[in-house]
Structure formats: C-alpha cells, structure tokens
Design a protein around this ligand. Structure first.
Ligand SMILES: Nc1nc2c(ncn2[C@@H]2O[C@H](COP(=O)(O)OP(=O)(O)OP(=O)(O)O)[C@@H](O)[C@H]2O)c(=O)[nH]1
Ligand SMILES: [Mg+2]
Length: 432
C-alpha cells in the first residue's frame, strides 16, 4: 500500500476520534433529579382550563421566591439544585398553591344566611296577618290586580283604588294614596309593577308612622286605663300585657274595673294568676271608680311599676256611659297625680269602618294616648290600620294577632307595612 495513503487514513482516523472526544466533553451530565423530570407536554397535550390556574399562580410567585442574581442565561446553564433542595422546593410548592376552585355551574348554592331579627319579626307578624295576605285578602287582591298586566296604566290605578276602598282603608285615606300614585304615574316615575308596589308601601308607611309602639313607663306606678266597646278584647289585652311585663321583671297590679259584666272579674283574676301578678277586685256591684282608686293606692303601697285598669265594655254612642268613663278617670287622678298616664282604646279590627267611628267618639270623651287594634288575625281587610291612623292621628301602641299571651305585638310602622304589603323573600315566606 502506498505509504502516503496509509498516513492519510491514520490522520483522518485520529481526527475523527478527536472530534468525537471533544463533543462528548461538551455535553454536561444530567443529575438524577433532572433526568427524572417529566417531559414537557407536547403541543397536542394542551392543559385543561382547570389545570391552568395553578400554573399561573406559580408564574406569579416565581419572582418572590427565587431571585438569584444574575438570572441564569439559559435553562441548560442553570445550576441544578441538589436533590434534597429540589425535594424541599417541590414540597413548598405543594403547600403554597391554594387553588381557588370556582364552584361548578349548577352546583348547590351557598347556605343562606340566617334571617335577621327584623326579618323574623316581619315573618312572625305576617303569620298573624295570614288572612289579609291570602288571595281573598287585602294583599292577595292587590297582587291579583297586577297579574297578567304588562303596562302600568290609569285603569290599573282604578283597580287598586277599589281594593283599598273595600279593605277598610277608608275613603279619605284611599283618595290620598291613589292621588299620589296617579301623580307619580303621570310624571313617568312608575314604569314597573315593583315601582308601584314600592310607592304604595312608602305611602302606607307615611300614613301609619305617627309614633306608635309600646307604652312608656313614665311614672311610678304608671296607670293605664283600658277602654272600648263590648268584646273588643280589653281584658285579654290587659292579660297579655301583664304577662309580658311581669316576664320583663316589672311589678304589675291589675284593677278589676269591670264591675258590670258577670264573670269579668274572674276572667281578670285568671289572667293575674297566669301572669303572676297582683289583682285588686271589689265586691259584687261595687263602684268601678272606687275599685280603680283602691288599685292605684295598693300599687303605690307595694311599689308597683304598672297598674292595668280594666273597664266595662260600652257602646260609644251611649253618652251616659262615656260620661261615667270620664268620672272613673278623674277618680284615679285623685289617687295619683297625673293618673291615668295612658288611656288605651281597644278596637276590634274585624269591625272595619265601625272601628273608625268608635275611635272618633271615644276620642271626644277621653284624651286617648293610643290604640290597641285586636283580632287582626281574624280579618282579611288589614287596611283598617291605615284608615284609623290617617283619620284620627292616634298612635297604634299594640296589635293583637291571636288569643295567646305572646300574640300581642308592639306596633312598628315599617314592620307592619312590610308584613302586610311586602312581597317577602322566599325564606321569609317559609319562616312565616
Ligand atoms: N283571634 C283573636 N281573638 C282575640 C284577640 N283579642 C281578644 N280576642 C278574643 O276576643 C274575645 C273577647 O275578648 P275580651 O278580652 O273578653 O274582650 P273585652 O273587651 O274585655 O269584652 P267585655 O269585657 O265583654 O267588654 C275573647 O274570646 C278573646 O279571646 C286577638 O287579637 N285575636
Ligand atoms: Mg272585659
């Protein structure tokens, strides 16, 4: 063989070996940890939307965590973490990824917040007003007016007017309510059913918000005289109030001023036992004024907080009986200056417009400080409250929505309007 050819072959072979050696030297050995890392996903293996969220978080966190100055020029040149450190980092990562998973569509809604105290009160009162809320009642009939209507037109206002008139709201009060709705309508303010309801409720609140609510115990003892027509609920109201006040730690004296009706005294005595309070009664046929005088004296002696004085039922049209009431009131004033401090007229809500007339005549005879409207649970026409407040401007102190002791409620204008005319949330409706 030609020696030159041999030299060429040897040189080429050596060059090839040298080249291979150099290449091998340049390639860095991957640490085990690096080798075991999963391969990056192929383009086709796109991560799901859910999996994207944590990745984003990791990207955000990166600068806070590792800020090695200067940044590595390339992935390859990045110093491989020691296996222990790498494991630590992975652990940290697992801990620090609080993925907020959005609730899937259609998933169960969050548990509803418990009803507020006010919402509970409204729901409880609404239960007492069930008849007025039913389809035949005040609220139910108003609701029916809107059914199937797409537009709020003057005809609809006329229908509202009819419901108000036939629900004991009274002519004058209805006129006031309706004219303000008509005015808003002509201004274009009432474009939807909701807006009309809100206007109605606002107006109703305005009418009944004349400073009602439970009596204040302003004197010691505070003497409360309770008057009204036969069977309106005077004695029952006294019993309910006594039960509540003694429950609140007050010292109560009941005064059996109805010396006329047989069994009236026993009825009051039974309530006093239930409430756990004193009762002052007279002999059969005793003078009502004398019994009430004794009761106030007794209350003073024992340091009572309240005297609740019952009186015999009487027709508001009987002048002599109304005169007798004035006399009784004066007698109590002799026992204690300023007594009676409160004179409450008890009206039966089922009497409707007649209750409004009773209020007019009792008001003429006595300085009424408040009204108790009983049996609201028994009427579908809750509108009587509006009529009485608007026409007489006498505050409603309590309302009766049943026969049990806790069926006497302090009157609160906003709560009452919401219970009577509010649409109510689903949970309120359930609670009611
Ligand atoms: N459903 C219901 N019944 C009531 C309410 N308040 C009183 N009553 C009932 O009405 C009836 C008459 O109540 P009374 O308390 O005796 O009435 P009164 O005004 O004292 O009657 P006289 O003493 O006869 O004048 C009783 O059966 C009571 O239980 C109420 O808010 N709702
Ligand atoms: Mg009675």
């Amino acid at each position: 063989m030609d020696p030159i050819l041999i030299v060429v072959i040897v040189v080429v072979a050596l060059a090839a070996v040298w080249f291979l050696f150099l290449r091998k030297k340049e390639e860095p050995a991957l640490p085990e940890a690096e080798q075991s890392r999963p391969l990056p996903p192929k383009a086709a293996d796109k991560p799901s939307a859910a999996a994207k969220a944590p990745e984003k978080k990791e990207e955000k966190r990166a600068p806070e965590k590792a800020t090695p100055p200067p940044p590595p020029p390339s992935e390859k040149a990045k110093p491989a973490p020691a296996p222990a450190a790498a494991a630590e980092e992975e652990e940290e990562e697992e801990e620090e990824v609080p993925v907020e998973v959005e609730p899937a569509r259609g998933a169960a809604p969050k548990a509803q917040a418990p009803l507020s105290r006010r919402a509970k009160d409204v729901a409880g009162l609404r239960k007492g007003l069930t008849r007025a809320r039913e389809s035949e009642g005040f609220f139910g009939r108003l609701k029916a007016v809107f059914a199937g209507k797409k537009e709020i037109d003057p005809q609809l206002v006329e229908q509202i007017e009819e419901v108000l008139l036939t629900s004991d709201v009274g002519v004058k009060t209805t006129e006031g309510l309706v004219s303000s709705i008509k005015e808003s309508l002509s201004k274009g303010d009432l474009k939807s059913e909701d807006k009309v309801w809100e206007a109605l409720r606002a107006k109703a609140r305005e009418v009944v918000d004349i400073g009602g609510g439970g009596i204040a115990l302003s004197a010691s003892p505070t003497v409360v005289m309770v008057v009204g027509v036969n069977g309106s609920g005077k004695t029952t109201t006294i019993g309910k109030l006594a039960t509540r006040l003694t429950g609140e730690g007050k010292k109560v004296v009941l005064a059996a001023g109805d010396t006329f009706r047989a069994a009236a005294v026993q009825q009051l005595v039974a309530w006093s036992k239930r409430a756990g309070c004193e009762v002052v009664t007279g002999a059969d046929g005793a003078n009502a004024g004398a019994v009430l005088f004794d009761a106030v004296q007794k209350a003073k002696e024992i340091g009572a907080d309240v005297v609740l004085a019952d009186t015999a039922g009487r027709l508001h049209t009987k002048t002599n009986l109304m005169e007798e009431l004035k006399k009784i009131a004066r007698t109590m004033g002799k026992a204690l200056d300023g007594a009676p401090h409160e004179t409450l007229l008890v009206l039966d809500a089922t009497n409707g417009q007649n209750a409004t007339q009773q209020a007019a005549l009792f008001k003429e005879a006595l300085p009424l400080s408040g009204i108790v409207l009983t049996k609201l649970d028994g009427t579908a026409k809750g509108g009587v409250v509006l009529g009485i407040c608007a026409e007489h401007q006498i505050p409603i102190r309590y309302i009766g929505v049943g026969e049990r002791p806790d069926d006497l409620r302090d009157f609160n204008a906003e709560e009452f309007v919401e219970a009577l005319l509010g649409n109510g949330t689903e949970s309120e409706e359930k609670a009611a």
